[in-house]
Design a binder for this molecule. Structure first.
Ligand code: SF4
Length: 462
């Protein structure tokens, strides 16, 4: 097989890994080398199914000694196999870089004989790029579960970002669907990576507790309590405010990420989100990616899905956004069930469960309170705080500040208190009116439509 054939095969084999965004590094060109992980960034592309792909996203090998049921490259799959030699891949990266095709590389691999042997090959590519080729572009390396600490640290030394994919959120699902992986083999490298990035890992509290719990010397899961009214637990957003980042750090400047597969196991949204929140708090994971399971083969260990559960994947991303930017905890998002609402985004669902919290006075409420209002996001919230310094705000001023009034109107009071008060009272007293006002149009679209647009809708409208 020549290099072009290998590239076609091994780039296609890498497409299901969603944990490939390139943010967070400020590695600059140095010592007369080539590439720059800070200025150029990595070119991104969107695949047909909506995933973000950095432009050299490739496996070193798609031969794998393990047999994860959800994976197209598993040992028992009848697929064409191929592998790059490390030197061959280094040449390819440099050739592509010099032709301006790429700014970086996302490199993973099937398990070739054992985790450490595979890691040595992956690290060899990264080390050769950095040392011999003086490549300063972005490198994202995958760590194989079970890899030894010394190799995990070596990967952190050469890469901007490293990821260990958890894939399944419970020990029971791992045992059934990915029998070669164990929670210990996954979380051990994640703790090593947290320390490599200057963060002392804490104890995981996600269920199932007996297997996911980390060894005793780790710090407790939640280091202090929240200042938020009525809540004791610290949110991811609050915990991160105290964490200083150094994107120019020489070791792992963009930190670690992970991926959870959605829909390949019976695990609930609650199991997925509880674990994700724990990973942010306990291991300082920068991003958790949620990947809707794409059925690749008939296997009795996995459910038969007609199509990937993209709406569920999207709801999980929305909830994750609430962790990281809105100060919500998993317990608040999941207050009354194991599953997120298909018809409402998680913030609207929270508002409907907590009507006593409303209406919020936009001229008096603090940042955290305002962020709880449907239709108000971080940007519009900051604009409100700035604008009300000079005068009390009226309803008709809010759209210009970015507030989505269709969603917010029933939940706020302004200086012109009489305006909308009748409509607000009616809406707050009738859950059906509120559900109609807050209904997420994405849920009503035909299957497969619109999911790619969702993140931008969410960012804009909150
Ligand atoms: S370890 Fe599992 S997920 Fe990774 S390539 Fe092998 S079979 Fe696929």
């Amino acid at each position: 097989m020549d290099t072009a054939d290998k590239l076609a095969l091994l780039a296609d084999a890498a497409k299901y890994d969603a944990s490939c965004s390139s943010s967070g590094s400020a590695r600059e060109n140095a010592n007369g080398g080539i590439g720059n992980g800070a200025v150029g960034g990595v070119c991104h592309s969107w695949s047909a199914d909506g995933r973000c792909i950095s432009l050299l996203k490739v496996l070193l090998s798609n031969a794998c000694a393990w047999d994860c049921a959800y994976c197209a490259n598993r040992r028992s799959a009848d697929v064409r196999r191929g592998a790059f030699e490390p030197e061959e891949l280094v040449r390819l990266v440099i050739d592509f870089y010099k032709r301006n095709y790429i700014e970086g590389v996302f490199l993973s691999s099937g398990v070739v004989s054992c985790p450490d042997a595979t890691m040595e090959r992956l690290i060899s590519v990264a080390r050769t790029l950095r040392v011999r080729e003086r490549f300063n572009g972005y490198i994202h390396l995958k760590v194989i579960p079970g890899a030894s600490d010394i190799l995990v640290n070596e990967a952190a030394r050469w890469a901007d970002r490293v990821s260990v994919n958890i894939e399944l959120p419970s020990a029971a699902s791992l045992a059934r669907i990915a029998p070669d992986k164990t929670p210990q083999a996954i979380f051990g490298p994640m703790r090593t990576l947290a320390r490599a990035g200057g963060f002392e890992p804490r104890r995981l509290i996600a269920e199932p507790r007996p297997l996911l719990e980390a060894p005793a010397p780790l710090l407790p899961a939640r280091p202090r309590t929240s200042d938020a009214p009525g809540r004791r637990e610290l949110s991811v957003h609050e915990a991160r405010k105290d964490r200083t980042r150094n994107p120019g750090a020489s070791v792992l400047p963009a930190g670690q990420t992970t991926q959870l597969v959605v829909g390949a196991s019976p695990d609930s949204d609650a199991a997925i989100l509880t674990l994700a929140e724990n990973l942010y708090l306990a291991y300082d994971v920068r991003r958790v990616y949620y990947s809707a399971f794409v059925p690749v083969a008939d296997d009795p260990r996995i459910p038969s899905l007609g199509r990937p559960p993209l709406l569920r994947e999207h709801r999980l991303y929305q909830a994750d956004w609430l962790f990281r930017f809105y100060g919500f905890t998993a317990a608040e998002i999941l207050a009354d069930g194991a599953s997120l609402d298909d018809d409402l985004d998680p913030k609207s669902a929270w508002a409907l469960r907590n009507l006593a919290f409303f209406p919020v006075d936009v001229n008096k409420a603090g940042y955290a309170e305002l962020l709880r209002v449907p239709g108000i996001g971080p940007v519009s919230c900051s604009r409100i705080l700035r604008a009300r310094r000079s005068s009390s705000l009226r309803h008709d001023q809010l759209p210009a500040l970015g507030v989505v009034m269709k969603r917010a109107r029933a939940f706020v009071v302004c200086a012109d208190k009489a305006a909308d008060s009748g409509e607000r009272t009616r809406a707050l007293g009738d859950a059906r009116i509120l559900r109609a006002l807050l209904a997420d149009p994405v849920a009503a679209r035909a299957p497969g439509e619109g999911e790619r647009q969702l993140e931008s809708d969410w960012r804009a409208g909150a």
